[in-house]
Write a protein that binds this ligand. Structure first.
Ligand SMILES: NC(=O)c1ccc[n+]([C@@H]2O[C@H](COP(=O)([O-])OP(=O)(O)OC[C@H]3O[C@@H](n4cnc5c(N)ncnc54)[C@H](OP(=O)(O)O)[C@@H]3O)[C@@H](O)[C@H]2O)c1
Length: 406
């Protein structure tokens, strides 16, 4: 495939897209081996980003997600589209269609389960047939979860000859904020579900991203309350990203043909510590999260909450991003009762500092590592599309670590 660019960052005028462009400028430069450009719908904003990045040589491409001809023209110029234009359910569908039509690989930061389901139904078969790789959820949701499970199971097999039958992911610590774009995407999921109740079915089905004939298993709904986890000797509470992460992990397993067994289980929660004080704190946090997530779009509660939330284009400051981090524990349990414990860490705030590096490296991996990645197409996941090649890049370039601990 001969194309002018390796990667086009689509949505570079937004909060996260700008960070991906900043990451490429510092890691890959502009005249280096990686040929990349920034794209969006607003020339003046993109010129402003280019000036801020201190490099007038960064190419600019103009396209609008509502203008299919402009999308076709954009995607035909590049091997990979790296999209940060969200909410994806609002703006993403014509772009994915254009990528599949033109055989252009694609990655994004989508955490909107209902939209990924729509893309699977509309494009998986065609993308599989023509070898186009559409890889959703290449940020904090869901790379640490998907690649964490991939890593732990690989180690399990190498060390014991067997895969873990059940993996529990517990968020041990994280520090960071969130952006107006993420808040808008969360709101859009609820707004869509209010209009079309069948979306709740997708959101609550633990296997909703599996192929339609493979949506059975032992996993139940995500944790909705504070409970005590005997394995960790700690209270655990709902984790806001579990809804997308667990579906992506299960889709990876399904696309690979269920190598860990039909009974494989995976769940996620926040680690809240032992003792009654921690239980109460966790309960208060869970109620707060419920209010933000579940209040109806036009309710008074929502209007009050909206006042305190970031607007599109806004997000955590540089200082907040650089002092942020995340640490996730993975406990793998084997059929014979033995266990394997892994830790995945990131060196920046999860949602933006780390996410922009994870997404940026996923796009480079799609563009540059084709011979090291599985020869498949479809609506894929990070682990199924990129496997070991992405694991290497995340550790070498993106500040993530994957370790087995005693
Ligand atoms: N998975 C994760 O871990 C993770 C982390 C961070 C963000 N996200 C997701 O990433 C997405 C972006 O978040 P953000 O905070 O960066 O959002 P943002 O700052 O609001 O940026 C949105 C971008 O979309 C562009 N856009 C909107 N409508 C468009 C159209 N019709 N045509 C072309 N471009 C259009 C905007 O362009 P203009 O500047 O011209 O308005 C802007 O560049 C959200 O869906 C968010 O949920 C996910």
């Amino acid at each position: 495939m001969s194309r002018q660019y390796d990667v086009i960052i689509w949505g570079a005028s937004g909060f996260t897209g700008r960070l991906v462009a900043e990451y490429y400028t510092s890691r890959y430069g502009v005249d280096g081996d990686l040929k990349w450009a920034i794209a969006g719908r607003n020339q003046a904003k993109l010129e402003g980003i280019r000036s801020d990045l201190g490099n007038e040589a960064i190419p600019i491409i103009i396209a609008d997600s509502m203008d299919e001809a402009s999308l076709d023209k954009m995607v035909a110029q590049t091997k990979v589209i790296c999209s940060t234009v969200g909410p994806y359910a609002k703006y993403g569908s014509p772009l994915v269609a254009a990528c599949v039509k033109n055989g252009t690989d694609y990655c994004d930061l989508c955490g909107e389960t209902q939209w990924i389901r729509r893309m699977i139904d509309a494009h998986h078969d065609t993308a599989k047939a023509n070898g186009t790789r559409i890889v959703n959820s290449c940020g904090f949701d869901s790379i640490p979860s998907d690649m964490g499970v991939y890593f732990l199971q690989k180690e399990a097999k190498e060390r014991t000859g067997n895969y873990c039958q059940h993996i529990k992911m517990r968020v041990k610590g994280m520090k960071g904020g969130f952006s107006g774009g993420t808040y808008a995407s969360m709101n859009n999921i609820m707004a869509e579900a209010q209009k079309d109740r069948s979306i709740y079915k997708i959101l609550f089905n633990p296997y909703s991203l599996n192929p339609v004939d493979a949506q059975k298993g032992k996993d139940k709904q995500d944790l909705m309350k504070v409970v005590f986890d005997e394995d960790f000797k700690s209270w655990i509470s709902p984790f806001v990203m579990a809804g997308i992460n667990t579906r992506i992990v299960r889709r990876s397993h399904a696309l690979d043909g269920f190598p860990y067994g039909a009974d494989f289980q995976y769940d996620e929660a926040m680690f809240s510590g032992a003792g009654i004080g921690n239980k109460l704190k966790a309960q208060a946090a869970a109620v707060g999260m419920g209010v933000v997530m579940m209040s109806k779009p036009n309710s008074i509660t929502k209007k009050v909450v909206n006042r305190f939330m970031p607007k599109p284009g806004e997000g955590p400051s540089r200082e907040e991003r650089e002092s942020g981090y995340f640490k996730l524990a993975f406990l793998g349990k084997f059929e014979n009762g033995s266990q394997l414990y892994g830790v995945v860490k990131g060196d920046r705030d999860p949602g933006y500092g780390s996410t922009s590096k994870m997404l940026g490296e996923s796009a480079v991996c799609l563009a540059k590592d084709k011979e090291k990645t599985p020869a498949i197409g479809g609506i894929l996941t990070p682990a199924t599309a990129l496997g070991d090649a992405l694991l290497d890049r995340l550790q070498q370039n993106a500040g993530l670590s994957f370790e087995i601990r005693d």
